[in-house]
Ligand binder design. Structure first.
Ligand code: ADP
Ligand code: ASP
Ligand code: MG
Length: 408
């Protein structure tokens, strides 16, 4: 007998029929002789609709209340899934995050899990029940409901698997696993059999939304291997796990795309110690997530600082920068460029192979795609290009590295 944590995302539970299908799958797992905890998301589209509703009643919805609101999406699904299992003759019990002992920080809408007391869930399993657990939510020390950031049901599943020392953690979704690029954008993207935590983490944090990046970070930290697979088909998916030496033979594991980025250029910044510090401190305090940064210094004591950020954060960045431009950075001015996107190529094989950047830039240049900014890390090369050409860019880089072919 194994203890298995399964997670079903929004599309997988997106209709009554899909919930019945998920219920049957969960029950079948138990009937194979296993204990099952199934983490479910809100039905597809529900969380977005609740977010829209909140913005219709308030231009700045209170984050505490946002969490109370958004957590109801998952609460609907746990009840429906438990009912569907009962209708099939199984015994399931629904658990909210609070009932499952998921204690989080108080950072509403993006809380972190601090501790899980899995004893209640454990006793249900020992009594032969299937536990249907609401993803994406927990409780802080003040007893208030919190949520774990968009896509946070992935984190619930992985953290629960760690807390219960589960034998297996399976993330069921609407594609067959982790692909070399988003299969909806690059038609010949290939499903990976396995991928290292570091690669999955880099991909997730650069736009591959099949896994929430914080959940991958958690899995790596606590050593929870997990499988991403389809809730609609019954085929093996992708194992996300510790890296092993063979993995380095593949130079690029996958490509991520992040659309709707903006580039902010601040010109005439005094080239003195502290200028950059003041800009990025102010942005950090306002929780603006800055990505690539470039500074060019001219010979007249002025610098030009550019950085990219999600387009949604641009207004906040402008508000934060306004007082700085009037005081410390007097004389500097800010311009923003929209319509750009980021393409990242990720692979631990980069550590031991050279010429990766040259090949990537060459492929883009052959296609006549201009690179506006570049950034690199040990296992990632990222470029900013015009959004209108991002899909083509992904395609040519995918081809250049033969990602559509099974590696030799
Ligand atoms: P869920 O609702 O199950 O959590 P998500 O919508 O969060 O599912 O994630 C699944 C989606 O991620 C897929 O439908 C796919 O379009 C997208 N995706 C982006 N990049 C990739 C990739 N490299 N491999 C697989 N899926 C990807
Ligand atoms: N329902 C939440 C969201 O849409 C959490 C999740 O699905 O993982 O972001
Ligand atoms: Mg998701």
């Amino acid at each position: 007998m194994a203890l298995i944590v399964q997670k079903f995302g929004g599309t997988s539970v997106g209709s009554a029929e899909r919930i019945r299908n998920v219920a049957a799958r969960i029950l079948a797992t138990q009937q194979e002789g296993h204990q099952v905890v199934a983490v479910v998301s809100a039905m597809g589209g529900v969380t977005n609709r609740l977010v829209e509703l909140a913005h219709e009643v308030s231009s700045h919805p209170l984050e505490k209340e946002m969490d109370v609101l958004l957590s109801t999406g998952e609460q609907q699904t746990i009840a429906l899934t438990s009912m569907a299992i009962a209708a099939l003759g199984g015994q399931a019990v629904s658990y909210t995050g609070r009932q499952a002992g998921i204690l989080t920080t108080s950072a509403h809408t993006r809380a972190r899990i601090e501790d899980i007391d899995g004893s209640a869930v454990q006793s249900e399993l020992e009594a032969g029940k299937i536990v249907i657990l609401a993803g994406f939510q927990g409780l802080d020390r003040e007893g208030r409901i919190t949520t774990l950031g968009r896509g946070g049901s992935d984190l619930t599943a992985i953290a629960m698997a760690a807390a219960l020392q589960a034998d297996r953690c399976q993330i069921f979704t609407d594609v067959e696993g982790v692909f070399t690029c988003d299969p909806r954008l690059v038609k010949d993207a290939r499903k990976l059999d396995e991928i290292a935590y570091d690669e999955m983490l880099e991909m997730a944090s650069s736009g591959t939304k099949v896994m929430q990046s914080r959940s991958v970070e958690f899995a790596q930290k606590y050593g929870v291997p997990f499988e991403v697979r389809s809730s609609l088909a019954d085929r093996p998916g992708t194992l996300v796990t510790e890296e092993h030496p063979n993995m380095e033979q593949v130079v690029i594991r996958g490509i991520s795309i992040e659309k709707d980025q903006a580039n902010v250029v601040i010109r005439e910044v005094p080239d003195t110690p502290g200028s950059a510090g003041s800009i990025f401190r102010a942005l950090a305090e306002a929780d603006v997530n800055v990505d690539m940064i470039i500074q060019n210094v001219s010979n007249v004591g002025k610098a030009r600082i550019s950085f990219t950020l999600p387009q949604n954060d641009l207004e906040r960045a402008r508000e934060v920068m306004a007082p700085l431009l009037e005081n410390q950075l007097q004389g500097a001015h800010l311009e923003a460029e929209l319509g750009i996107a980021k393409l990242s190529a990720v692979g631990i094989g980069m550590r031991s192979h050279s010429g990766v950047a040259a090949k990537m830039f060459g492929a883009l240049s052959d296609a006549g795609i201009n690179i506006q900014m570049i950034s690199t890390s040990e296992i990632k090369i990222a470029v900013i290009v015009n959004q209108a050409r991002i899909e083509e860019a992904a395609h040519v880089v995918h081809q250049a590295f033969d990602l559509h072919k099974e590696p030799a």
